[in-house]
Design a protein around this ligand. Structure first.
Ligand code: NDP
Ligand code: 8X3
Length: 256
């Protein structure tokens, strides 16, 4: 098993949901946490909680992954010890809207493409050279079942997650021989703030997404991420698809 004790783990989108759950589970294993998202107040609260519960050292910074120059500057400005990143969890992401493509909103499209695809690229471009230099590292991308199967009205969100799948494969090819592992964890329905964000704050609509079935939890996904991260160094889990038992596919759901 690969020990995460004192390893630097960088979680993007750590202010909520899957990212925050992963930070908690990595902290419980003795990792040091680099945490970013736009909502810095939440990151500071999380860092204080991790310090209190596990004595974790965290380095927190506000970052919008859509801003290429900010991403590069933030990684460049990290203290040297924090540049020894062992695990990069590219988790920051979102869906906006659920509309027929021909009725969709271009602002929603831009936000999804800029965050899920371009943001992941900017962060990877800034961090992976640090790993290559050290000959050690693991990139774990948060994909989705939406990157394997398109569902009605999922159009652009699905396209971004198909792109994440392609970039995960591309990284594995380009990094072959570098000693760096590349994985993706691809969940179905997980109850987080995801649907609230997708439906622009409409709480009733968000709650209906999960009505009558037991969705995955952020902790379920964090356990899977940690499983990938802790395999021995000669083992690379390339891809994990993880679904609620009640969800056979994105659009085949058993609701009580
Ligand atoms: P949440 O909405 O709970 O969390 C999303 C996180 O991403 C937040 O921390 C948010 O932080 C961050 N984020 C969003 N935009 C940006 C940005 N521009 N810059 C930096 N951080 C950003 O959703 P989840 O935890 O569910 O989502 C995490 C990942 O999991 C996403 O990539 C999502 O696509 C994927 N996923 C989710 C599934 C689900 O059903 N929930 C299923 C499959 C995949 P802040 O707003 O503070 O910036
Ligand atoms: C989130 C899962 O099925 O809502 O990526 O697209 S789904």
């Amino acid at each position: 098993m690969f020990s995460l004790k004192n390893k630097v783990v960088f979680v993007t989108g750590a202010s909520s949901g899957i990212g925050a759950a992963c930070a908690r589970q990595f902290a419980a294993l003795g990792a040091k946490l680099l945490l970013c998202a736009r909502r810095a107040d939440r990151l500071h609260a999380l860092a204080a909680e991790l310090k209190e519960n596990h004595g974790t050292e965290s380095f927190v910074f506000a970052l919008d992954v859509r801003r290429c120059n900010d991403v590069t500057a933030a990684i460049d400005a990290l203290p040297e010890a924090w540049k020894a990143i062992s695990i990069l969890l590219n988790n920051a992401g979102l869906a906006r809207g659920l509309d027929n493509l021909h009725e969709g909103d271009a602002e929603d499209w831009d936000e999804m493409i800029d965050t899920n695809v371009k943001g992941l690229l900017y962060v990877s471009r800034a961090v992976i050279p640090l790993m290559v230099r050290r000959g050690e590292g693991h990139v774990i991308n948060l994909g989705s079942i939406a990157g394997h199967l398109v569902y009605p009205k999922g159009n652009v969100y699905c396209a971004t997650k198909f792109a994440v799948g392609a970039l995960t494969q591309a990284l594995r090819l380009d990094l072959n021989g570098s000693g760096i592992r590349v994985s993706s964890v691809d969940p179905g329905m997980v109850e987080t703030e995801f649907s609230l964000v997708r439906f622009h704050g409409d709480e009733d609509r968000a709650a209906k997404t999960y009505q009558g079935l037991e969705p995955l939890t952020a902790d379920d996904i964090a356990e899977t991420v940690v499983y990938c991260a802790t395999r021995p160094l000669h083992v690379n889990i390339q891809e994990v698809i993880i679904m609620p038992t009640a969800q056979a596919s994105p659009y085949v759901l058993h609701r009580k």
